[in-house]
Design a protein around this ligand. Structure first.
Ligand SMILES: O=P(O)(O)OC[C@H]1O[C@](O)(COP(=O)(O)O)[C@@H](O)[C@@H]1O
Length: 335
């Protein structure tokens, strides 16, 4: 008889001790993200039936039209984390500035900040293609007892204490790391619980899938163009297969399981690419490295980049180690 799969709640408690700080708070924080994920998942699943599709009518700080589901997910994650007296601050793709959250005793006792992309892959919401949520967690650096400051958010990615994503796809999964490997949990909608379906996820060192918006090809740097040509050549185990969903979470998830590389490089249209360092690239880079993969901007390790702004963008190359190193080789050669 197959062994009963562990629930996410059980896994969190069982692995609490592996965390270097007293981890009750971090466990409660991940539990609150689990709860918000279920609430948002419920809305995503019935998106076509309720008035949640389409634009909300506002634009966010990036100048992007906010989708109704962007706003809904943003509200639900912020509400759920705020109510549980765990976080001292939240930054979100949908919020211009960070939000200060005081502890219930009004003494700024909470120790964690969360950075979140509430709904990743917004362009896919209305067309029923998988989307996601991305989160990144840090321990504050300013003293407990004082309000959180921008300093607490502009920490290098290698200081993250936890990161993860939720993918709202053919099934809904929560995948996360606390620096002890990457584990994936699938939601059983009938029971409403996440179960450990993908223990110790690992990127194959090599893959045969490349994910990039080739519609921007003519605007890409020479190194990226050369690497794409390399992927398409009839040689050895190439050509590779091109797969691009247009949702970072979904492309990353597939490439982590099958082996592959995702690229959102800089271009003559976007000098730093499109993806945001703090709540897209850093969390995915932490997961990638914890799963034996790699993430860089073509030259530098993403997790070593010193952030300077809340919504700054960086070029992003991430996936199977040998494929990322090959792309970096082409970038250096083209310098
Ligand atoms: O449509 P493009 O320019 O290829 O961008 C798609 C990329 O942008 C993203 O949608 C990120 O932006 P959002 O968080 O606003 O959705 C990624 O998920 C995706 O990989």
């Amino acid at each position: 008889m197959s062994q009963r799969k562990q629930t996410l709640g059980e896994f969190i408690i069982e692995n609490q001790a592996s965390f270097k700080y007293t981890s009750g708070e971090l466990s409660r924080l991940i539990n609150s993200i689990r709860l918000a994920a279920k609430v948002v998942n419920h809305e995503v699943n019935k998106a076509g039936l309720v008035d949640i599709l389409g634009a909300a009518g506002d634009t966010n700080v990036q100048g992007e039209d906010q989708q109704k589901l962007d706003v809904y997910a943003n509200t639900k994650f912020i509400q759920t984390m705020t109510k549980r007296n765990i976080v001292c601050g939240i930054a979100s793709e949908e919020e211009d500035d960070f939000i200060t959250i005081n502890s219930q005793d009004e003494n700024h006792q909470n120790k964690y900040v969360v950075l979140i992309d509430p709904l990743d892959g917004s362009s896919n919401i209305d067309v029923n293609v998988s989307v996601g949520t991305i989160f990144s967690i840090y321990r504050r650096v300013t003293p407990v007892g004082t309000p959180v400051t921008i300093e607490d958010f502009l920490q290098k990615g290698n200081h993250q204490v936890a990161a993860g994503y939720i993918i709202y796809g053919t099934s809904t999964m929560l995948v996360y790391t606390t620096g002890h490997g990457v584990n994936g949990f699938t939601l059983n909608p009938a029971i409403g619980s996440f179960y450990l379906s993908h223990p110790d996820m690992q990127f194959p060192e090599d893959g045969r899938i490349y994910s990039v918006n080739e519609g921007n090809y003519i605007h890409f740097p020479k190194g990226i163009k050369d690497y794409i040509k390399y992927c398409q050549m009839e040689e050895g185990d190439r050509p590779y297969t091109s797969r691009y969903i247009g949702s970072l979470v979904s492309d990353f998830h597939r490439n982590m399981i099958k082996g592959g590389i995702y690229m959102y490089p800089k271009s003559s249209k976007a000098s730093n690419g499109k993806l945001r360092l703090l709540y897209e690239c850093n969390p995915m880079a932490f997961l990638a490295e914890q799963a034996n993969g790699k993430a860089s901007d073509g030259f530098n390790r993403i997790l070593d980049i010193q952030p300077t702004e809340l919504h700054q963008r960086v070029p992003f190359i991430c996936g199977s180690k040998n494929m990322v190193e090959k792309a970096e080789e082409f970038m250096r050669a083209a310098e």
